[in-house]
Ligand binder design. Sequence first.
Ligand SMILES: Nc1ncnc2c1ncn2[C@@H]1O[C@H](COP(=O)(O)OP(=O)(O)O)[C@@H](O)[C@H]1O
Ligand SMILES: NC(=O)OP(=O)(O)O
Length: 227
Amino acid sequence: MAKVVVALGGNAILSKDASAEAQRKAVGSTVEQLVNFIENGDQLIITHGNGPQVGNLLLQQIAVDTPANPAMPLDTCGAMTQGSIGYWFQNAMKEELTKRGINKDVMTVITQTIVDADDPAFANPSKPIGPFYDEVQVADIKAEHPDWNLMEDAGRGYRRVVPSPKPVEINEYSAIKTVVDAGIVPIVSGGGGIPVVRQDGKLVGQEAVIDKDFSAAKLLSWLMLTS
Ligand SMILES: Nc1ncnc2c1ncn2[C@@H]1O[C@H](COP(=O)(O)OP(=O)(O)O)[C@@H](O)[C@H]1O
Ligand SMILES: NC(=O)OP(=O)(O)O
């Protein structure tokens, strides 16, 4: 039996259609493949990105920001995307497992990823979030949001970029390990995990988005070390 960590990109979940229905469908077609690992007897651990989703959510928050109903900050938006994408996975995974007659539980773990407050990434935004813009739109956005950083993304257009510190520790790791050992399929470290720093004995959320590939690598290396 192998432990298999699968990281599904935010752009793989939201390619063109940003509706919940389309994203749930994209997750569903991936899940059809992922359940093969479970059928083969492997232990499946799912993680995912959230770049397009967290950026879109932030835009929605900004659009209706009022003192009575204030926009949520980026760390909270990250947590919200862990919930929504985790829900799509739980829903699609249980449906596919039931269809194949496999009795297995699926569970999303809201995950906080500890990062270094002195990570140079905080001063050098690099993680693309939200939609792609063309050059005309970029000029308007720069005028409207002079504090935003925008960057060209792999020949596909411009996107807002935010700091992306490297994961140091997965705060919920021992809970995740318990879930994995219990044979439950976990959806963890969504969007790379909510970036938090240790401050005076507390964990404080950061205005950043961690790269899910780095957090997935950290998760797998810890699972290998502790199994
Ligand atoms: N259509 C594309 N053309 C060129 N490069 C691409 C394309 N799609 C993805 N890539 C490359 O793969 C990387 C990850 O793709 P991305 O769409 O951001 O993935 P994710 O699904 O992880 O959000 C990009 O930074 C880019 O380098
Ligand atoms: N958080 C993250 O890595 O998102 P993407 O998969 O969208 O890049």
